[in-house]
Design a protein around this ligand. Structure first.
Ligand code: MF3
Ligand code: CO
Ligand code: CO
Length: 270
């Protein structure tokens, strides 16, 4: 472990140094490249298990390790959450249909560093109501990232996301949150996507964490299916999610999981 120079805050949040940022950029880039490369395969008729097999191969081809295979018994290199699935959808044999929207979430380990990112895709033609949901969810993530700077609090991030989403008359999922990461997958703090400005731990340079808001067209409540993973909206409304891994710099944020191909924001020709 090369954590000798880094330290923990009173909330148990690790502060990383400059060389650690380089490690996170390498890991984040691999995860983002995989999402770029899978994009062309997201078509009606493909199964989510097909997509996951290709992702598994890409992880290996890049010399990385999947963080999710073997994590708490999970057996896949990705989570693929279709339509009203909020998160942690398990890849399976069901085929995508025209107009399905899906989140693909990939976490890789490169030289011990974790890169965790997800974004939305569509099979075939994007339905109008899903387009707005995806747009709002993407912009909610970026609005949260804009609140990342030393001296702001984690509550400022959550408040920025929640107020933005609710102004669009959509809802923020409360049951899942972002998380610290670095040389570990999930570390303090819990990064809530709702909350009050000025509350929670103060952000400091060198903190690494994810922001990964889930937004529903209907109500925010979720339930986990009998497989113990798949989380769905209770009211069956559509749900979307975007996730970046970020680091706090002296005056803002660095995003580790930017799309090398510029594909993160869904720009659908329609
Ligand atoms: N990548 C997810 C996250 O954003 C975690 C997936 S854990 C799994 O934190 F086991 F479901 F893959
Ligand atoms: Co995450
Ligand atoms: Co993730």
């Amino acid at each position: 472990m090369d954590d000798t120079r880094s330290k923990l805050t009173k909330y148990g949040i690790r502060l990383h140094d400059r060389s650690d940022f380089e490690g996170m950029h390498r890991a984040g880039r691999v995860a983002a490249e995989i999402l770029d490369e899978i994009a062309a395969q997201v078509v009606p008729g493909a199964s989510t298990a097909d997509l996951d097999r290709q992702i598994t191969d890409m992880v290996a081809a890049k010399g990385a390790t999947s963080a999710t295979i073997g994590y708490k018994g999970y057996q896949h290199a990705s989570c693929i959450s279709v339509n009203h699935v909020v998160c942690h959808g398990i890849p399976g044999d069901k085929k995508l249909k025209d107009g399905d929207i899906l989140n693909i979430d990939v976490t890789v380990i490169v030289d011990g560093w974790f890169g965790d990112t997800s974004r939305m895709f569509v099979a075939g033609k994007l339905p109008r109501k899903a387009e707005r949901l995806i747009e709002v969810t993407h912009d909610a993530l970026m609005t949260g990232i804009e609140a990342v700077r030393p001296g702001n609090t984690f509550g400022d991030i959550g408040h920025a996301i929640q107020s933005f989403v609710e102004a669009q008359r959509m809802s923020v999922v409360r049951d899942f949150c972002g998380h610290g990461l670095g040389r570990v997958f999930h570390a303090p703090p819990n990064v809530l996507h709702y909350g009050r400005a000025g509350t929670g731990p103060v952000l400091e340079e060198g903190m690494f964490f994810t922001i990964e808001p889930m937004v529903n067209l209907g109500r925010p409540e979720t339930k986990v299916l009998a497989d113990d993973w798949t989380a769905v909206t209770r009211d069956k409304s559509l749900s979307a999610q975007f996730e970046h891994s970020v680091g706090v710099t002296a005056n803002g944020a660095e995003i580790f999981t930017l799309s090398p191909g510029g594909l993160f924001h869904p720009t659908y020709a329609g």
